[in-house]
Design a binder for this molecule. Structure first.
Ligand code: TYD
Length: 218
């Protein structure tokens, strides 16, 4: 029985993180490895309540510091109630977004200082850093096209997707992308950049190989 591992998926909107998290969960289960899928903001009752507040389109105007603190409060609860208990039970945890999203959205793109965010992160995630972070990277224009297509395909749910974050401009999303790439460069032992341009099955294969090499090989 392999040791339980914590894997996070990161990247901008439209990069396919959620789909890849599901596909990795299927691959792990097929290999006999128990896992849970979770997401941020959210993943526990209190954190889901905070998610509603942060993503409420009727109150879109909040600064990066308020956001970083709210995402962090949600993360503390998510770790306590969902992530750590699952790992202690021997299940792998796959999380769609985690602390690198705060570094990229509120830091690189939002303007908060990296040192301050790193201090906050140490306090929040303490002894539970991810074993592996998969950063899905995609050209910003391509990502916008995908988000637009997804909204068209889900007409009925279009309003639900139209949150304050997806309406941010190209410059913001470019800063975000560079922010994620900088994290990968600074922490190569934890992070792997995955090209999100190819078809989903191809990306899933890349991810499975990476998980195998980094976490399943002796
Ligand atoms: P969500 O609808 O889950 O977006 P996605 O499908 O792209 O993950 O909304 C989450 C939004 O919150 C998304 O725009 C990224 C943002 N976010 C931050 O700004 N900071 C954070 O720490 C986290 C976890 C998310």
């Amino acid at each position: 029985m392999s040791q339980a591992r914590f894997i996070t998926f990161e990247g901008g909107e439209g990069t396919g993180k959620s789909t890849q998290s599901k596909l990795l969960a299927q691959n792990l289960k097929a290999a006999g490895i128990g896992c849970i899928e979770t997401r941020e903001p959210g993943g526990s009752n209190f954190a889901e309540a905070i998610r509603q507040i942060i993503l409420d389109p009727s109150t879109p105007d909040h600064g990066p510091l308020s956001e970083a603190l709210l995402f962090s409060a949600a993360r503390v609860d998510h770790l306590e109630k969902t992530i750590r208990p699952a790992l202690e039970d021997g299940n792998w945890v796959l999380c769609d977004r985690f602390a690198d999203s705060t570094r990229a959205y509120q830091g690189a793109a939002g303007g908060l200082q990296t040192n301050m965010l790193l201090q906050l992160e140490r306090l929040v995630i303490a002894n539970t850093p991810p074993n592996l972070t998969l950063i899905l990277d995609l050209d910003v224009t391509r990502a916008f096209d995908r988000v637009a297509k997804r909204k068209k395909d889900q007409q009925a749910e279009a309003n639900a997707c139209d949150d304050a974050y997806e309406r941010r401009n190209q410059e913001f999303h470019e800063a975000l992308r560079q922010g994620f790439l900088a994290i990968a460069q600074a922490e190569p032992e934890r992070c792997v950049v995955i090209d999100a341009e190819p078809e989903q099955p191809h990306i899933a294969e890349q991810i499975w190989q990476c998980v195998h090499e980094r976490l399943l090989k002796e």
